[in-house]
Design a protein around this ligand. Structure first.
Ligand code: ADP
Length: 268
């Protein structure tokens, strides 16, 4: 798609000559299309919970309802309002990453210590046991601590959410050569074959009866993928329906050599 943005006429020496200037708008057109598709998805996703909140509050305000029903309605309002809040937070996170406004503060991170800290924040507040298998030798990656925390939180939160039987969750750190791999394995619902290609798409949620009651925005994995790739890392998963899933993120190891150099410099 080309757009005409200027023209000139010159007839002084060689008679009439035209100069037409076009610019290639193909990429801009594509971006505009994506933007409008995104806006329409978001407005739909925001309207649905909001309509439900307004509907229930109207009933509570204008109709006589038994105290039992009142409680049920209030719980629904609370759930939907929470869903809205999560959606807005996830959406803003993704916007920030995609627009390039996310400035990564890269620091060397001791992966084992980091995983222990993240797992500890989950341990007390839920019923799934989180088992850790740490790497045999110290491994470091250069990453943004806050963003890496979000990656782990999203993966562990999914592993818990989609394992309704409270089976344990294994978090592993595997180092091979100059690659550090962090795995989160669950023994829950698993992912149907037909959903695997779209799992990282924005707003995509698996629509099986086994998980219709489980809340979510469909943005968690899209965020994880963006963050991991912004660090030059990779994300992959294996899963069997009814057996469980393993999500793995891999990063280039930060050589310990460079760490000891830094320490030496500091000591000088
Ligand atoms: P959300 O959990 O908010 O729906 P995500 O982007 O995190 O969104 O995940 C997309 C979909 O992938 C989920 O709706 C869920 O069905 C499926 N999924 C993600 N992680 C797991 C997991 N560990 N086990 C089973 N299904 C999962």
């Amino acid at each position: 798609y080309y757009e005409l943005y200027g023209c000139a006429l010159n007839d002084q020496i060689h008679g009439s000559r035209y100069l037409l200037c076009f610019r290639d708008r193909t990429e801009e057109e594509k971006a505009d299309l994506l933007k409008s598709e995104f806006v329409s998805i978001v407005s739909h996703e925001l309207r649905t919970p909001l309509a439900s909140v307004i509907g229930f509050i109207e009933i509570l305000l204008h109709r006589k309802v038994t105290p039992e029903k009142q409680k049920v309605y209030m719980e629904t309002v609370y759930k939907e309002a929470n869903r809205l809040s999560n959606l807005i937070n996830d959406f803003l996170d993704l916007q920030r990453i995609e627009s390039g406004n996310l400035k990564l503060q890269l620091v060397p991170i001791d992966v084992d210590r980091f995983i222990e800290e993240v797992a500890a924040t989950w341990q007390s507040k839920q019923s799934h046991e989180i088992r850790l298998e740490l790497s045999e030798r110290a491994s470091f990656v250069k990453a943004d601590q806050g963003q890496l925390t979000q990656v782990l939180h999203n993966l562990i939160s999914n592993a818990i959410k989609y394992s309704p039987q409270a089976t344990g969750i294994d978090v592993r750190v595997v180092t091979s050569g100059d690659i550090v791999r962090i795995e989160v394995q669950d023994y829950g619902l698993g992912i149907p074959e037909g959903a695997k290609d779209r799992l990282f798409d924005k707003f995509y949620r698996v629509d099986n009866t086994d998980r219709r009651e489980i809340g979510g925005t469909g943005l968690g994995l899209a965020i994880v993928k963006e963050i991991v790739e912004a660090h030059g890392g990779r994300i992959e998963f294996t899963s069997r329906l009814g057996e469980g899933s393993t999500f793995a993120v891999t990063f280039e190891a930060y050589p310990i050599q460079s760490l000891s150099n830094r320490i030496l410099i500091l000591e000088d």
